[in-house]
Design a protein around this ligand. Structure first.
Ligand code: PGA
Length: 233
Protein backbone atom coordinates (compact mmCIF):
# COMPACT_ATOMS: atom_id res chain seq x y z
CA UNK A 1 0.00 0.00 0.00
CA UNK A 2 1.19 3.47 -0.88
CA UNK A 3 1.93 5.56 2.19
CA UNK A 4 0.34 8.98 2.61
CA UNK A 5 2.75 11.87 3.07
CA UNK A 6 1.36 15.29 3.99
CA UNK A 7 3.50 18.43 4.00
CA UNK A 8 2.09 20.80 6.61
CA UNK A 9 3.60 24.19 5.83
CA UNK A 10 1.82 25.71 8.85
CA UNK A 11 2.02 29.55 8.87
CA UNK A 12 4.84 29.61 6.31
CA UNK A 13 6.15 31.15 4.12
CA UNK A 14 5.30 34.85 4.14
CA UNK A 15 4.30 35.57 0.56
CA UNK A 16 2.25 33.92 -2.14
CA UNK A 17 5.21 33.74 -4.51
CA UNK A 18 7.30 31.91 -1.91
CA UNK A 19 4.41 29.56 -1.20
CA UNK A 20 4.08 28.74 -4.89
CA UNK A 21 7.82 28.18 -5.15
CA UNK A 22 7.78 25.77 -2.22
CA UNK A 23 4.76 23.91 -3.59
CA UNK A 24 6.32 23.64 -7.05
CA UNK A 25 9.43 22.13 -5.51
CA UNK A 26 7.26 19.49 -3.77
CA UNK A 27 4.77 18.93 -6.58
CA UNK A 28 4.97 15.16 -6.73
CA UNK A 29 2.27 12.61 -7.37
CA UNK A 30 0.93 11.01 -4.19
CA UNK A 31 2.09 13.93 -2.10
CA UNK A 32 -0.36 16.07 -0.14
CA UNK A 33 0.50 19.75 0.31
CA UNK A 34 -1.01 21.96 2.99
CA UNK A 35 -0.05 25.61 2.38
CA UNK A 36 -1.75 28.42 4.35
CA UNK A 37 -5.39 28.83 3.26
CA UNK A 38 -4.77 32.30 1.85
CA UNK A 39 -2.39 30.77 -0.72
CA UNK A 40 -4.43 27.69 -1.65
CA UNK A 41 -5.96 29.01 -4.83
CA UNK A 42 -2.69 30.35 -6.28
CA UNK A 43 -0.83 27.19 -5.31
CA UNK A 44 -3.57 25.17 -7.00
CA UNK A 45 -2.95 26.98 -10.29
CA UNK A 46 0.73 26.15 -10.14
CA UNK A 47 0.82 22.48 -9.22
CA UNK A 48 0.05 19.51 -11.41
CA UNK A 49 0.67 16.38 -9.40
CA UNK A 50 0.28 16.85 -5.66
CA UNK A 51 -3.11 17.01 -3.91
CA UNK A 52 -4.16 20.10 -1.98
CA UNK A 53 -4.86 20.03 1.74
CA UNK A 54 -6.27 22.81 3.93
CA UNK A 55 -4.79 23.24 7.40
CA UNK A 56 -8.17 24.00 8.93
CA UNK A 57 -11.81 24.60 8.05
CA UNK A 58 -14.50 26.88 9.42
CA UNK A 59 -16.86 25.54 12.04
CA UNK A 60 -19.99 26.77 10.28
CA UNK A 61 -22.24 24.07 8.86
CA UNK A 62 -23.32 26.41 6.06
CA UNK A 63 -21.70 26.66 2.63
CA UNK A 64 -22.10 30.45 2.53
CA UNK A 65 -23.56 32.98 4.93
CA UNK A 66 -23.06 35.49 7.71
CA UNK A 67 -19.97 34.01 9.27
CA UNK A 68 -17.22 36.61 9.31
CA UNK A 69 -13.74 35.27 8.82
CA UNK A 70 -14.78 31.68 8.15
CA UNK A 71 -13.86 29.49 5.21
CA UNK A 72 -16.51 26.87 4.58
CA UNK A 73 -15.84 23.24 3.80
CA UNK A 74 -17.74 23.56 0.54
CA UNK A 75 -15.61 26.56 -0.53
CA UNK A 76 -12.53 24.40 -0.05
CA UNK A 77 -14.11 21.52 -1.92
CA UNK A 78 -15.14 23.72 -4.85
CA UNK A 79 -11.62 25.12 -5.04
CA UNK A 80 -10.21 21.64 -5.54
CA UNK A 81 -8.99 20.93 -2.03
CA UNK A 82 -9.07 17.17 -1.32
CA UNK A 83 -8.35 16.96 2.36
CA UNK A 84 -8.41 19.06 5.51
CA UNK A 85 -6.57 18.85 8.83
CA UNK A 86 -8.79 19.19 11.89
CA UNK A 87 -7.85 19.45 15.55
CA UNK A 88 -4.12 20.06 15.14
CA UNK A 89 -2.62 20.55 18.60
CA UNK A 90 -1.48 24.05 17.63
CA UNK A 91 -5.13 24.94 17.05
CA UNK A 92 -6.29 23.16 20.20
CA UNK A 93 -3.67 25.18 22.10
CA UNK A 94 -5.22 28.30 20.61
CA UNK A 95 -8.56 27.41 22.20
CA UNK A 96 -10.24 25.06 19.72
CA UNK A 97 -12.70 22.88 21.62
CA UNK A 98 -13.81 19.26 21.20
CA UNK A 99 -17.23 20.50 20.19
CA UNK A 100 -15.80 22.68 17.43
CA UNK A 101 -13.62 19.82 16.24
CA UNK A 102 -16.60 17.51 16.10
CA UNK A 103 -18.62 20.05 14.09
CA UNK A 104 -15.74 20.71 11.69
CA UNK A 105 -15.31 17.02 11.01
CA UNK A 106 -18.99 16.55 10.28
CA UNK A 107 -19.16 19.55 7.97
CA UNK A 108 -15.97 18.70 6.11
CA UNK A 109 -16.92 15.06 5.62
CA UNK A 110 -20.35 15.94 4.34
CA UNK A 111 -18.81 18.42 1.89
CA UNK A 112 -16.90 15.48 0.40
CA UNK A 113 -13.50 16.27 1.87
CA UNK A 114 -11.18 13.77 3.45
CA UNK A 115 -10.44 14.72 7.03
CA UNK A 116 -7.24 14.15 8.96
CA UNK A 117 -8.13 14.26 12.64
CA UNK A 118 -5.04 15.14 14.66
CA UNK A 119 -4.78 13.62 18.13
CA UNK A 120 -1.93 13.37 20.59
CA UNK A 121 -1.02 13.52 24.25
CA UNK A 122 0.96 16.05 26.27
CA UNK A 123 4.20 15.02 27.94
CA UNK A 124 2.55 14.76 31.38
CA UNK A 125 0.22 12.08 30.02
CA UNK A 126 3.00 10.28 28.21
CA UNK A 127 4.93 10.03 31.45
CA UNK A 128 2.11 7.97 32.91
CA UNK A 129 2.68 5.20 30.38
CA UNK A 130 1.24 3.87 27.15
CA UNK A 131 -2.04 2.58 28.59
CA UNK A 132 -2.90 6.07 29.87
CA UNK A 133 -1.93 7.49 26.47
CA UNK A 134 -4.27 5.03 24.75
CA UNK A 135 -7.17 5.99 27.03
CA UNK A 136 -6.51 9.67 26.34
CA UNK A 137 -6.44 9.15 22.57
CA UNK A 138 -9.59 7.04 22.70
CA UNK A 139 -11.42 9.90 24.41
CA UNK A 140 -10.08 12.47 21.92
CA UNK A 141 -11.27 10.37 19.00
CA UNK A 142 -14.64 9.51 20.47
CA UNK A 143 -15.49 13.14 21.19
CA UNK A 144 -14.24 14.24 17.78
CA UNK A 145 -16.38 11.77 15.84
CA UNK A 146 -19.45 12.22 18.01
CA UNK A 147 -21.44 13.88 15.26
CA UNK A 148 -20.18 11.87 12.31
CA UNK A 149 -19.61 8.32 13.47
CA UNK A 150 -22.91 7.11 12.06
CA UNK A 151 -22.52 8.74 8.66
CA UNK A 152 -21.34 6.93 5.55
CA UNK A 153 -18.64 9.56 5.01
CA UNK A 154 -16.81 8.47 8.16
CA UNK A 155 -14.79 6.20 5.86
CA UNK A 156 -13.05 9.37 4.65
CA UNK A 157 -11.59 10.08 8.08
CA UNK A 158 -7.90 9.52 8.74
CA UNK A 159 -6.13 9.87 12.07
CA UNK A 160 -2.80 11.62 12.57
CA UNK A 161 -1.19 10.58 15.82
CA UNK A 162 0.95 13.54 16.81
CA UNK A 163 2.24 13.55 20.39
CA UNK A 164 2.25 17.20 21.48
CA UNK A 165 5.73 16.84 23.01
CA UNK A 166 7.10 15.64 19.68
CA UNK A 167 5.82 18.46 17.49
CA UNK A 168 8.61 20.80 16.42
CA UNK A 169 10.74 19.69 19.36
CA UNK A 170 13.25 17.40 17.64
CA UNK A 171 12.02 14.61 19.94
CA UNK A 172 10.09 11.89 18.18
CA UNK A 173 8.09 8.94 19.38
CA UNK A 174 9.52 5.44 19.28
CA UNK A 175 8.35 3.85 15.98
CA UNK A 176 7.56 0.55 17.75
CA UNK A 177 5.32 2.36 20.20
CA UNK A 178 3.69 4.35 17.40
CA UNK A 179 2.96 1.08 15.60
CA UNK A 180 1.37 -0.28 18.79
CA UNK A 181 -0.70 2.88 19.20
CA UNK A 182 -1.72 2.82 15.54
CA UNK A 183 -3.00 -0.74 15.79
CA UNK A 184 -4.87 0.17 18.97
CA UNK A 185 -6.49 3.17 17.22
CA UNK A 186 -7.53 0.90 14.37
CA UNK A 187 -9.49 -1.22 16.83
CA UNK A 188 -11.49 1.91 17.70
CA UNK A 189 -12.06 3.18 14.21
CA UNK A 190 -11.49 1.67 10.80
CA UNK A 191 -9.16 4.33 9.42
CA UNK A 192 -5.63 4.95 8.30
CA UNK A 193 -3.24 6.20 10.97
CA UNK A 194 -0.39 8.58 10.19
CA UNK A 195 2.40 9.71 12.50
CA UNK A 196 3.54 13.30 12.98
CA UNK A 197 6.08 14.95 15.26
CA UNK A 198 9.67 15.85 14.38
CA UNK A 199 9.78 13.60 11.35
CA UNK A 200 13.28 13.78 9.85
CA UNK A 201 15.11 12.28 6.89
CA UNK A 202 16.76 9.91 9.36
CA UNK A 203 13.70 8.67 11.26
CA UNK A 204 11.12 8.65 8.44
CA UNK A 205 12.04 5.22 7.12
CA UNK A 206 11.62 3.66 10.56
CA UNK A 207 8.04 4.93 10.71
CA UNK A 208 7.26 4.12 7.09
CA UNK A 209 8.56 0.58 7.39
CA UNK A 210 5.88 -0.24 9.98
CA UNK A 211 2.81 -1.89 8.47
CA UNK A 212 0.48 -0.27 10.99
CA UNK A 213 1.66 3.27 10.16
CA UNK A 214 -0.01 4.45 6.97
CA UNK A 215 1.95 7.65 6.44
CA UNK A 216 3.42 10.82 7.86
CA UNK A 217 2.32 14.36 8.64
CA UNK A 218 5.44 16.45 8.27
CA UNK A 219 5.90 20.01 9.54
CA UNK A 220 9.34 21.60 9.78
CA UNK A 221 11.06 19.29 7.31
CA UNK A 222 8.49 20.09 4.62
CA UNK A 223 9.81 23.65 4.46
CA UNK A 224 13.07 22.26 3.05
CA UNK A 225 12.01 20.62 -0.20
CA UNK A 226 15.36 19.03 -1.04
CA UNK A 227 15.57 17.28 2.31
CA UNK A 228 11.87 16.56 2.48
CA UNK A 229 11.85 14.70 -0.81
CA UNK A 230 14.43 12.27 0.56
CA UNK A 231 11.77 10.70 2.77
CA UNK A 232 9.58 9.71 -0.15
CA UNK A 233 9.65 6.04 -0.94
P1 PGA B 1 6.90 18.93 12.95
O1 PGA B 1 5.33 19.23 12.87
O2 PGA B 1 7.20 17.91 11.86
O3 PGA B 1 7.56 20.25 12.72
O4 PGA B 1 7.15 18.37 14.30
C1 PGA B 1 4.39 18.23 12.61
C2 PGA B 1 3.01 18.79 12.69
O5 PGA B 1 2.75 19.64 13.55
O6 PGA B 1 2.14 18.42 11.87
Amino acid sequence: MKKIIIANHKMNPLTVSESIKLAEAEDLKDLYLAPPSIFLSEVKKNIKNAELVAQDVGVSEFAVGACTGEISALMLKKMGVKMVLVGHSERRAGGETDLQISKKIKTALSAGLKVVLCVGEQLSIRQKGLSVVKKFLEKQINTAILESKNTKEIKNLLIAYEPVWAIGSGKFANPEEVAEIASFLKTLINSKVLYGGSVSVENAKDFLSKLEIDGLLVGGLSLKPKEFKKILL
